[in-house]
Write a protein that binds this ligand. Structure first.
Ligand code: GLN
Length: 487
């Protein structure tokens, strides 16, 4: 029987002839079929994946060179363009739309011989924290079917959690990789803004969006980042300085980190006391292990969620203007309407409730009379956050925060209270506002039975250091030998 622990072990087994890429694809297709109730996949490309696996097996057996992700089976959040395949952003407005080109990240995965097994469910246009805002229905958390998987990349998280692919890609505008990783008990990395090209990623808020990675081990996440990071002629915001090899994970045994945590974050009334105490214990342990751990004052904490929701909805209202029923995607069936009414009707029928709410909010904060009161103010807060963060990283290497104030919500719990849902993003939106990389490291299990993680962040473009730290922590606090597969 095929089992997967890490890309490295899989590659070893392939080279020793102990398994084939085809065995691996069959294994995942069987598991996907057996876990349909989780609703993680919107599309499964089974025949294609098998065909690709057979051609990779033939090439390898003939002694041909192999790509860095040879035969690695990856699922894509349904906001990433995969040429000639459906692309919907889990929205009715893109029903029947097929992508005519590859996202750069997808192209890079294919170049290194990854097998793309399907498109994964998510919140519509990546807006949400529970995956309940999908035109394809909600996704269930495999650990407890009454709980949400988190969002917006809920399908990508559950696919890794439940062993329905080896790793997956998601997008993170305000936590959509780290928070579902936290709720599902796996690793979720959001790289620095500009580390991975956004070309071919359906835009939600362009100055925040970043493609992220879900996996079970730090080396797997690093290996995928190595492939998808770096320069791209189609995205002028991508950093050109990719010199590090992210897979270079071993740190000297004596490596000591200077770690900061925000006092206000851990005393916040919304934070589950058990999560707080567990993180404080973990910070104590790090201190005992010789790292410097200090609480820093961060009085801007209460401004970050409002600033995030003002700026991202403003950007979204502009980005989503292109979905007008004319150029592509869903169009109202009433063909007798005059143009403005036709736009209105197509958009009203095509977008879901949360997306409409955000377009309205974004249009409002950008309107002439309110622009300065909301949009300009939020930009000022963003600048203050960036400046404060730079000061912190002059003295510290790592910032630690919870990933989410609670473990996974019960399905339906927050759907009637969007403000409560937004406020739960308090610990993740910070990294997107300031552009730094963040990771949710799956370390703990709550007495309620659900997993939760610890969020670590470094300054911009220090992913290597972030991954090395995560590797160290995973090795010291969690065994790789028992990947907790959820059935
Ligand atoms: N939960 C956040 C939101 O609803 C994050 C979304 C994201 O990162 N795509 O905006």
């Amino acid at each position: 029987m095929f089992t997967f622990h890490s890309i490295q072990d899989y590659h070893k087994a392939l080279s020793e002839g102990l398994c084939s890429c085809e065995d691996a694809v069959r294994h995942y297709l069987d598991r996907i079929a057996a876990h349909k109730h989780l609703n993680a996949y919107i599309q499964v490309y089974g025949d294609e994946a098998l065909e690709k696996a057979r051609s990779l097996d033939a090439k390898r057996r003939a002694g041909g060179s192999t790509g860095a992700l040879h035969g690695v089976i990856i699922g894509l959040k349904d906001v990433l363009a995969y040429k000639d395949h459906p692309l919907t952003a889990a929205s009715r407005i893109l029903f029947n739309f097929k992508s005519i080109y590859h996202a750069t990240a997808v192209e890079k995965l294919l170049r290194e011989e990854a097998i793309l097994i399907g498109h994964l469910n998510c919140d519509e246009f990546a807006m949400g924290s529970t995956n309940e805002n999908s035109a394809y229905g909600k996704v269930l958390n495999a650990r407890d079917l009454t709980k949400v998987p988190g969002g917006s990349s809920g399908g990508s998280a559950v696919a890794v959690q439940a062993g329905l692919c080896m790793a997956s890609l998601g997008s993170d505008t305000g936590g959509s990789v780290r928070q579902p990783a936290d709720f599902c008990g796996i690793l979720g990395l959001k790289p620095t803004y500009g580390r991975v090209s956004r070309y071919g990623l359906i835009a939600y808020a362009s100055s925040f969006d970043q493609i992220g990675i879900f996996g079970n081990t730090v080396p797997d996440v690093a290996a995928i980042l190595d492939v998808i990071a770096g320069e791209d002629d189609f995205d002028s915001t991508v950093a050109t300085d990719k010199t590090a090899t992210f897979s270079d994970l071993d740190t000297p045994a004596a490596a000591k980190y200077r770690i900061a945590y925000f006092k206000e974050a851990l005393t916040h009334p919304g934070l589950d006391p058990e999560i707080r105490d567990t993180l404080l214990d973990c910070l104590d342990q790090l201190r005992n292990d010789g790292h410097t751990v200090e609480a820093v004052d961060f009085d801007l904490l209460d401004y970050i969620v409002p600033a995030y929701y003002v700026l991202t909805t403003a950007e979204a209202s502009s980005n989503l203007a292109r979905f007008d029923g004319v150029k592509y995607g869903y169009r109202t069936h009433d063909s007798q309407l005059e143009l403005t009414e036709f736009y209105k009707r197509s958009r009203s029928e095509g977008f879901g409730r949360e997306v409409k709410r955000r377009i309205l909010l974004g249009t409002f904060v950008l309107s002439a009379g309110y622009y300065d009161a909301y949009f300009t103010k939020a930009q000022q807060v963003r600048k203050m956050l960036v400046d404060r963060t730079e000061l912190i990283f002059k003295e510290f290497d790592i910032i630690i925060l919870p990933t989410s104030p609670t473990t996974a919500f019960t399905i339906g719990e927050k759907m009637d209270d969007p403000i409560a849902m937004y406020l739960a993003d308090i610990y993740t939106v910070y990294a997107n506002l300031v552009g730094i990389p963040g990771i949710s490291i799956p370390l703990f299990t709550h007495t309620n039975g659900m997993p939760f993680g610890m969020q670590a962040m470094t300054s911009r473009f220090k992913e290597l250091s972030l991954l090395q730290f995560s590797h160290l922590i995973m090795q010291q606090y969690k065994s790789y030998e028992n990947p907790t597969l959820c059935d």
